[in-house]
Design a protein around this ligand. Structure first.
Ligand code: ADP
Length: 231
């Protein structure tokens, strides 16, 4: 369902961030993207969201080569992919409910649909009781759960997370991983870039390692990675 075929990306300053990478991800897979800072993980994610253009190669998402998408079609691509960031990116002056509802409002969902769907996803992340709170009143783990609810509210088939546990302590990180597991079990494909080898080792999912813009390792079921490995 996601295929990168011979994809290269060079930035305007001449830096080659990705050098002829190929990667296939099936429907419903859970994939960790690992690699040291600057390896190219975020570049892969941004290419999938069409925040960057490829220089060469194809990127096929749900049967469509997104490198050929017209500008007007990009919002539809982005709607089919939920995204979670390290720094949550919640709107500070909106409540939990409003933050999640906003992601539906921009898709022009009806008020009725929004009233139906938002409580469902807030229940899924166990935040029904905090729907009227503002982000600053929540713990980091709770804020990240709001951002997961927001990413899932439009029913995406793919969830991409860029270092989602980077700002969280180990206990909160595990709550987030449990949630990702549940979301994945319901059929959503998950791609998660991370430095947290403890999580990667324990989850036993597919691990794709990027180094200097190339894929250097692809393990179907989370191989062992030394804690001291310099990631
Ligand atoms: P990672 O997510 O693995 O830390 P990135 O994908 O962010 O790595 O970056 C890959 C490489 O591309 C790095 O060397 C980074 O400095 C470079 N890079 C990323 N974005 C840009 C940009 N907009 N312009 C120039 N170089 C960039």
């Amino acid at each position: 369902m996601i295929e990168l075929r011979n994809v290269s990306k060079k930035f305007a300053n001449g830096h080659v961030a990705l050098n002829n990478i190929s990667l296939n991800i099936d429907n419903g897979e859970f994939v960790f993207l690992i690699g040291s800072s600057g390896a190219g993980k975020s570049t892969i994610i941004k290419l999938l969201m069409k925040e960057h253009e490829t220089d060469s190669g194809k990127i096929i998402v749900q049967g469509k080569d997104i490198t050929k998408l017209k500008r007007a079609q990009i919002p539809y691509l982005r709607r089919s992919i939920g995204v979670v960031f390290q720094d949550f990116r919640l709107l500070p002056d909106k409540t939990v409910y409003e933050n999640v509802a906003f992601a539906m409002e921009v898709t022009e969902a009806s008020a009725k649909e929004i009233r139906r769907q938002v409580p469902i996803v807030l229940g899924m992340v166990d935040l029904s009781k905090k729907s009227k709170q503002y982000p600053h009143q929540l713990s980091g783990g709770e804020q990240q759960r709001v951002s997961i609810a927001r990413a899932m509210v439009n029913g995406p088939s793919i969830l991409i997370a860029d270092e989602p546990t980077g700002n969280l302590d180990p206990e909160m990180s595990w709550e987030i991983m449990k949630l990702f597991n549940e979301i994945n079990l319901k059929g959503t494909t998950i791609i998660m870039a991370t430095h947290d080898l403890n999580i990667v080792n324990k989850m036993k999912k597919r691990v794709v390692e990027v180094s200097d813009g190339v894929i250097v390792r692809d393990e179907k079921r989370g191989g062992y990675f030394s804690e001291n490995q310099n990631l």
